[in-house]
Design a protein around this ligand. Structure first.
Ligand code: NI
Length: 199
């Protein structure tokens, strides 16, 4: 074999070895590396059966086919919840006729006070696309757990109480899978454009 052929063979075998290495890396990524990512997203959200502000049953199946936002709060919330609801309403306004391609769920962490009627009354100040979601304490505890949401009743001096709660807005895709936390801290046009990517 002349030196040139030897060199060519070396280059070729290096190339083939490289290909094999790439291939095995891809296998590793899809077999193992990929799994935790999929598991991580599927660990947020999931099936639920709750009640909307009209007293009708609402389940995860009703939301299939469109992306949706989910956040947890309560109608007596002094600032975070009304601010988020206002910002989400602005995004729906910017979506215009596409607003019906997205849903937004406001799930209460205060079943004692947030009856369907209380939710309905409270949400009348915001975009009608926002769905108020309630249910019994156990059902709400389990959906909060599914979304990794923390909430806690905090007594106030006057005998009243408030609720501490996670204020993350979750973006779920049209198959009900968690995509990412959804930022409201940007112009509503930008947030609306972001949502359109998941139609
Ligand atoms: Ni709140």
């Amino acid at each position: 074999m002349n030196p040139r052929t030897t060199r060519l063979l070396l280059v070729l075998s290096a190339f083939v070895a490289g290909l094999l290495l790439c291939f095995s890396v891809v296998l590793l990524v899809t077999d193992r590396g990929g799994a935790p990512i999929i598991a991580a997203s599927s660990q947020v959200g999931g099936p639920f059966r709750l009640t909307d502000q009209n007293g009708k049953a609402i389940t995860d199946a009703d939301l299939k086919g469109h992306p949706f936002l989910v956040f947890f709060g309560f109608t007596h919330c002094p600032d975070v919840c009304p601010t988020s609801l206002f910002e989400i309403s602005e995004i729906f306004d910017k979506l215009g006729s596409d607003a019906d391609k997205v849903n937004a769920l406001f799930i209460t962490v205060d079943p004692e006070r947030d009856t369907p009627a209380a939710l309905k009354d409270y949400l009348s100040s915001f975009n009608p696309r926002v769905i108020g979601v309630g249910g019994d304490a156990d059902a709400l505890a389990s959906v909060a757990k599914a979304y990794r949401v923390y909430y806690k009743k905090v007594p106030l001096k006057d005998g009243d109480y408030t609720m501490d709660h996670t204020a993350i807005v979750y973006l779920m895709d049209k198959n009900g899978r968690f995509v990412a936390p959804f930022s409201l801290k940007r112009r509503p046009e930008e947030a609306a454009a972001d949502l359109r990517r998941y139609f």
